[in-house]
Design a protein around this ligand. Structure first.
Ligand code: DHB
Ligand code: MG
Length: 223
């Protein structure tokens, strides 16, 4: 946590505007006051996601699991003309997130789609197929962990070649290495194993420590 604080003081100083400290703090406080769980990505992780989006030259980003929109705020600042489609199952979370986007001045860059990912993704896929929505260059999956693989599989058809897919919380204090474990661990293991077997994807797990304890991202590139 001290390393996060030290690094951010230099790499995301108080004067930074992408997103501003005020917008991030508002989002965090608003989420907390509205009873949302404290499971958003950390500030460093948010910035990491934004940098990945910039490396991928992302203009269309797909996110599964908006929560209060903390990661979304980072992604929405990847470029002035980026569009983030963020899927959220909980109407209360979506309402809090929308207020956070409005406060940050990025409401026009974020489309929150309400409903379970497995129901909403086929609708977005249809829009992409009909040319009503561009293909995605970056996908961030941070929702119900049991469906991690289903989301990757569904997103694949909507991704441009070279797109980056990132799945949050696959390490869970090292439990990824253990057989058994709860549904969330099983969901993490399934997505790692299936990506490994899938010729369309090339992936890696990066373990993380810091403000949000010991966890990790799975990253994959769409061939
Ligand atoms: C949980 C979910 C998350 O997306 C996260 O970043 C941390 C924890 C959870 O469901 O416990
Ligand atoms: Mg998460």
């Amino acid at each position: 946590t001290a390393v996060d604080a030290y690094s951010l003081s230099h790499l995301h100083p108080k004067s930074a505007t992408t997103p501003s400290h005020d917008a991030l703090e508002y989002a965090q406080t608003n989420a907390e006051q509205n009873g949302l769980p404290d499971i958003a990505v950390s500030t460093s992780q948010g910035k990491f996601l934004q940098l990945q989006a910039r490396l991928a030259r992302a203009k269309n980003i797909l996110e599964l699991g908006t929560l209060g929109g903390f990661s979304t705020l980072w992604l929405a600042h990847a470029s002035p003309d980026v569009k983030v489609t963020s899927v959220e199952v909980d109407p209360h979370h979506a309402e809090v997130a929308r207020a956070n986007f409005k406060n940050a001045g990025v409401a026009d860059r974020v489309d929150v789609r309400l409903g379970p990912g497995v129901e909403v993704l086929p609708k977005i896929a249809e829009e992409v197929k009909q040319g009503k929505h561009g293909k995605f260059q970056l996908v961030f999956i941070d929702a119900d962990k049991e469906n991690n693989w289903n989301y990757v599989d569904m997103a694949l058809g909507m991704c441009e070649p070279g797109a980056c897919i990132i799945v949050d919380n696959v390490v869970r204090k090292g439990q990824l290495a253990n057989e058994g474990g709860d549904e969330r661990i099983q969901g993490a293991r399934r997505v790692v194993e299936n990506i490994g077997k899938d010729a369309r994807l090339d992936g890696v797990v990066i373990q993380t420590v810091g403000e949000k304890s010991y966890d990790g991202f799975l990253m994959a590139v769409v061939k």
